[in-house]
Design a protein. Sequence first.
Length: 235
Amino acid sequence: MVFGAQSFLIRWGEGKLDDLVDGGRQFADQYRQAWRAAYIWLLTETGHLDEARQRFHDLGGAGFKTLGWNADWLTAMCGLSLAAVALEERDHAEALYELFAPYADLYAGFLAGSGCLGSNHALVGFAAKAAGRLDDAIAHFERAHELNAKVGAHYLTPRVHYEQARALLARGGEGDSEAARKAVDAGLASARTMGMRAEVERRSPCASRSRRSAISTCRARSTTWRSRSKRSSRT
């Protein structure tokens, strides 16, 4: 299981997750809730949004309060939050945020410490973004950057910058467009440093020396990526 989890993270950065879908489904059906949550995240990353949404709803019954309160509860919340920001199920995301927010100051470890995704503020921020809590999401993302820099946990940094940029654009306050451009550039630099090809591909069209061009392209890129994923989920 440790090998499977670490393989997932490596392939995620490389953009090679499609080969893990069948095996991930077996793990999700065989093991506990953290694996089911991780599989939902995997489905969102590979464009299988219909199955992801159904499984997300299944785990989200009674506002996710049916999840077992055990050693893998926090890990499950992390996977669900990563999925929520792609699925944009606002009501379920709101329930997820309310449950997860009190644990934002902890760190997202999994499999008895075999790996760590960094500060929970990043994951809680994803849930906040999916719930439409833009101010909360941006605050969590900023705190995640601060804490992850201190402990050297950078794996989620490109994705955090990307969702931070989207939240800033959606909020549209004074200075938010410029802050969004800087977030895109920072995420792209981080993804390139870590060799995360899929994350580089997602961000490259958003990067531009022209602020207006960068912002419009990032908005279009976000919409196109979701539409492409929805089409893939029907094939």
